[in-house]
Ligand binder design. Structure first.
Ligand SMILES: [Zn+2]
Ligand SMILES: [Zn+2]
Length: 339
């Protein structure tokens, strides 16, 4: 069956386009699952079932995916895919160019905290995506719901990362953390340990609704901390489901401080966050801040989300040069060492 690859490609392309359109993940998964089922089917059975139109009798294949497969197997572009290709707007060339310029991802979780996969799986997926490095940024101790790492566990993690890096060279897992910005603006990890890490992302995860007159000094105190390198998802908003409003803070003051203290403002590419909102992203760029286009991936597949952040950066006219993860690892580390 020479068209098997066409059917798999059509199903995966549909999944990709649905994901870009932020369709619910169960719909995306249905097409990815069907692609896996087609991939695993013996030639004879695939032929037989497509001839008798009984593909949808297989576990993991429903009427819609069966139709897509049947059409692809006859050598035509499935109607479902054709429709999606015309409906989903093309990605701007500037966004694609920025994505190509990215060498790594500065915000990635593993199963050491609330991620779903081992460090090495995340790294191998990043390699497949063409990255030269990722920064491993598991959570800090106070975020107990996310199994934040104590100082001792983080030290253990540093040893583990060293071992994995020996196997995966020249790819590099840079050491890091997503450290909580506590209510008083201090960072939730031992300063000596923060000083050792390559990249420190700091984020607000608690008391997101505190009044502006408290939130602004809280963030400014953190940004002045010499160990902080990236301000993670600055508003904390959630844009899907019931959602969560933006935290209130003096954005002009916060971004001015980021520029002054060499702290990059993160563009968080997670579809439910897309943080900062466009008006604040534009303000950060106008202020002269550096940016980090990150996925905040908690699973290997989520490492692909970076393009979404690139689209937002490109739409705001951000040059590749201001994005810190367009730098090679060595330059990035040198940059984070400047306080
Ligand atoms: Zn976070
Ligand atoms: Zn995170």
């Amino acid at each position: 069956m020479t068209r098997r690859d066409d059917a798999i490609a059509a199903l995966e392309r549909i999944a990709y386009l649905l994901e870009r359109e932020r369709e619910p993940s169960y719909r995306v998964r249905a097409f990815r699952n069907a692609a896996a089922v087609v991939g695993a089917l013996p030639d004879a059975e695939l032929e037989e079932r497509s001839r008798r139109s009984t593909l949808h009798g297989l576990a993991g294949i429903g009427p819609v995916t069966a139709q897509v497969i049947a059409e692809a197997l006859t050598g035509t572009t499935p109607a479902y895919l054709q429709r999606l290709e015309t409906e989903v707007p093309p990605i701007a060339e500037a966004a694609l160019a920025l994505r190509r310029a990215l060498r790594g991802d500065c915000h990635v979780h593993s199963d050491w905290s609330d991620g779903g996969s081992p460090i090495e799986d995340m790294a191998r997926t990043a390699i497949a995506l063409g990255h030269e490095y990722i920064v491993l940024t598991d959570h800090s101790p106070r975020l107990t719901v996310a199994r934040g790492l104590s100082a001792a566990r983080l030290r253990d993690q540093l040893d583990v990362v060293r071992g994995i890096n020996e196997r995966l060279a020249p790819f590099r897992i840079l050491t890091g953390i997503e450290v909580d910005i506590l209510e008083d603006g201090s960072l939730d990890q031992e300063p000596d340990l923060l000083a050792q890490l390559d990249v420190v992302v700091a984020s607000v995860h608690s008391k997101l609704r505190m009044p502006e007159r408290e939130m602004t000094p809280r963030m400014l105190t953190a940004i002045r901390n010499p160990h902080m390198d990236v301000l993670g998802h600055c508003t904390g908003r959630i844009v899907v489901g019931r959602g969560r409003p933006e935290s209130e803070f003096d954005a002009a003051a916060v971004f001015a401080s980021c520029r002054e203290h060499h702290v990059a403002v993160e563009i968080n590419s997670r579809p439910e966050r897309l943080d900062p909102p466009m008006r604040l992203l534009k303000l950060a760029i106008e202020t002269g801040c550096r940016l980090a286009v990150d996925t905040d991936a908690h699973a290997p597949g989520q490492l692909e989300w970076q393009l979404r952040g690139c689209e937002r950066a490109a739409a705001c006219g951000a040059a590749a040069e201001i994005v810190i993860n367009t730098m090679p690892a060595g330059e990035l580390i040198a940059w984070t060492r400047t306080t």
